[in-house]
Design a protein around this ligand. Structure first.
Ligand code: SDX
Length: 391
């Protein structure tokens, strides 16, 4: 069809799947969602509209947006029984471990009367997941700090509701800072989808068995938790804390450690499996970081200064230049989240809330069409056949 990509059969044969949702050109730092560049979407759209685009393939009309947004608002509450799931976890459980368990548990509430071959059942599953993830995430945080859960409010938008459920408590009125709400919405947008990354591939593989979408999303959360994938923004802040000051000599010492194969230290938030130039999301994230910290009078934040100096020195270092290593989406996101007051153990949870739309859009794209159960092959490097030794 007009304007759609075509590939040579050779590339097609090596691909794990076909998808029309997101396109990445790693060599040139291009990221398109249904053809729209991430920079334009971040500037002109919002997370709920991006959810509609990723799921349905086109931007919504005003009426379509209004209906989609209202549908999400009306599904933000979770079953009261689900709140009991949290009580089974230790208070100090990592919020990702709670989220992974509770999202899988959603299946117990919806799986029995859901038929994934019916388009309407797939649609409502997607709405439920988009709507409930912020509620479940905020509940994971509240449980972790021993505060009562907050119910979602229908008078707030998606990002405002998440902040309210995270930070409101019965003893005082919580005032939503519009700078924080805009930053959270932007962070949700920048993490929404990224083609066949490890967690999305996990969701597609689980979905290819016919498993229900809630179980598939729970599998995606488990894959995202790893520090090489979704856990990197938490690791970036820990790295900036370890580096401690932005003196050139100190930063160079850490860059030299990152280059030393015998040293486990890596520049977290740097490098990518696909990008061989700037991750376009990192550019927008850096602008957002300057905006938010500037509005908060924190332009001189020590960690921001270390991060900027680290980026400058690394990008002039032959090791990083030769290996085409650049900041990725995680390099600045943690600094913004910390400025908003989000604890580091919630950073990957926020990534999971955002990436749920990517996961469920890929799941829906696969289940809506012809698909077979996934079965990755291997390169066998073990023994040839041999006989069991005679006794
Ligand atoms: C995400 O796939 C996605 O799309 C993921 C994601 C998404 O939106 O879903 O974009 C989200 O996962 C972003 C990445 C977050 N992770 C980190 O920031 C952790 C730090 N980054 C590295 O662990 C690493 O860059 C990876 C895991 C992201 C990629 O690892 P690769 O595939 O080994 O990177 P590569 O093949 O490009 O490495 C080439 C060389 C290697 O050295 P040599 O063997 O050639 O000598 O670069 C080195 C690597 O050792 N290298 C690094 C480095 N990243 C790669 N050296 C120092 N510091 C780093 N961060």
């Amino acid at each position: 069809a007009e304007g759609l990509f075509t590939y040579d059969p050779g590339f097609m044969a090596t691909s794990s799947c076909q998808s029309a949702i997101t396109y990445i050109d790693g060599a040139n730092g291009v990221l398109l969602h249904r053809g729209y560049p991430i920079g334009q979407l971040a500037e002109h759209s919002n997370f709920v509209e991006l959810c509609y685009l990723l799921l349905n393939g086109e931007l919504p009309s005003q009426e379509e947006y209004r209906e989609f947004e209202a549908n999400i608002r009306n599904h933000t509450m979770v079953h009261e029984q689900l709140a009991n799931f949290y009580k089974g976890f230790r208070r100090d459980a990592h919020p990702m471990s709670i989220l992974c368990g509770v999202v899988g548990g959603l299946a117990a509430f919806y799986h029995d009367h859901m038929n994934i071959t019916r388009e309407e059942d797939r649609r409502i599953s997607a709405i439920r997941l988009i709507a409930k993830m912020p509620t479940l995430a905020a509940m994971s945080y509240k449980y972790n700090i021993g505060q009562p859960f907050n119910y979602p409010r229908n008078d707030l938008n998606y990002a405002e509701n998440f902040l309210y459920m995270m930070f409101s408590n019965p003893c005082e009125e919580y005032k939503i800072n519009p700078v924080f709400a805009k930053a959270i919405d932007r962070i949700f947008m920048l993490h929404a989808d990224h083609e066949q990354n490890a967690s999305t591939s996990t969701v597609r593989l689980a979905g290819s068995t016919g498993a229900n979408p809630f179980a598939c999303i729970s599998a995606g959360i488990a894959a995202l938790w790893g520090p090489a994938h979704g856990g990197a923004n938490e690791a970036v802040l820990n790295m900036l804390d370890e580096i401690g000051d932005e003196s050139e000599e100190n930063i160079q010492r850490y860059i030299d450690r990152a280059k030393n194969k015998d040293d486990p230290f890596r520049l977290m938030g740097f490098g990518h499996r696909v990008y061989r130039s700037f991750d376009p999301r990192a550019k927008v994230m850096k602008e957002t970081c300057d905006e938010v910290l500037g509005e908060l009078g924190m332009a001189d934040d020590p960690q921001l200064k270390i991060a900027k100096r680290l980026e400058e020195i690394a990008l002039e270092d032959d090791y990083f230049i030769e290996r085409q290593l650049y900041p990725n989406v995680d390099f600045y996101s943690g600094i913004i989240l910390k400025a908003i007051g989000i604890p580091t153990n919630m950073f990957t949870v926020i990534f999971a809330v955002s990436r749920t739309i990517g996961w469920i859009s890929h799941w829906n794209e696969m289940i809506s069409g012809e698909y077979k159960i996934g079965r990755p092959r291997q390169l066998y490097v073990g023994y040839n056949q041999r006989d069991y030794p005679a006794k």
